[in-house]
Design a protein around this ligand. Structure first.
Ligand code: AMP
Length: 175
């Protein structure tokens, strides 16, 4: 099936002018969900990966399934203040102002091979900060993958410029 047909677009959410690419319809469709995970893990078949890192919140759903399929561990990257043990954090830019994301300081051992996962990459602000956070812990960020790419916003290219190979399944033109 064509995965793009399983993704719903909500105009003007969360604010006027934004086309929100809603993957809850894809997650709720058994065939689309399975096909998405199969396609996401395909490039890593046969590789020995240690961890999958998922970005809160939709990256947890997809990352958990990817980690299970790859027999890797799962590591959450969360918004500030949500993780209970010692954390390492990184600041990143949002459209207005800055925010911070955190990871448990002991979640990754130096040199571990990690794949970064989220539902969608737009400007790449979130994913490039997450990749840097993983590297700050000594991770070998071997790849990043997303269901949706908004290529006109340049995020996937920004990650590639950090020497992180990127795969995406579906592209939408514009923003
Ligand atoms: P960015 O940091 O600009 O790459 O934004 C990526 C993050 O924001 C991801 O966690 C996405 O879930 C969310 N996001 C950004 N733009 C959209 C959009 N048009 N539709 C759905 N989610 C989006």
């Amino acid at each position: 099936m064509n995965l793009i047909d399983a993704i719903r677009t909500i105009p003007d959410y969360p604010k006027p002018g934004i086309l929100f690419r809603d993957i809850t319809t894809l997650l709720g469709d058994p065939r689309a969900f399975r096909q998405s995970i199969d396609e996401l893990v395909q490039p890593y078949a046969g590789l020995k990966l240690d961890k999958v890192a998922g970005i809160e919140a939709r990256g947890f759903i997809i990352g958990g399934a990817v980690a299970h399929q790859l027999s890797a561990g799962f590591v959450p990257i969360r918004k500030k203040g949500k993780l209970p043990h010692d954390t390492v954090s990184i600041a990143y830019s949002l459209e207005y102002g800055v925010d911070q994301m955190e990871i448990h300081a002991d979640a990754i051992l130096k040199g571990e091979k990690v794949v970064l996962v989220d539902d969608l990459i737009a400007t790449g602000g979130t994913a490039t900060a997450a990749a840097q956070l993983l590297r700050n812990l000594g991770a070998d960020v071997v790849a990043a993958c997303f269901i949706v790419d908004l290529p006109d916003l340049g995020g996937a290219d920004r990650l590639r410029a950090m020497n992180v190979p990127v795969t995406t399944l579906v592209e939408f033109a514009g923003h």
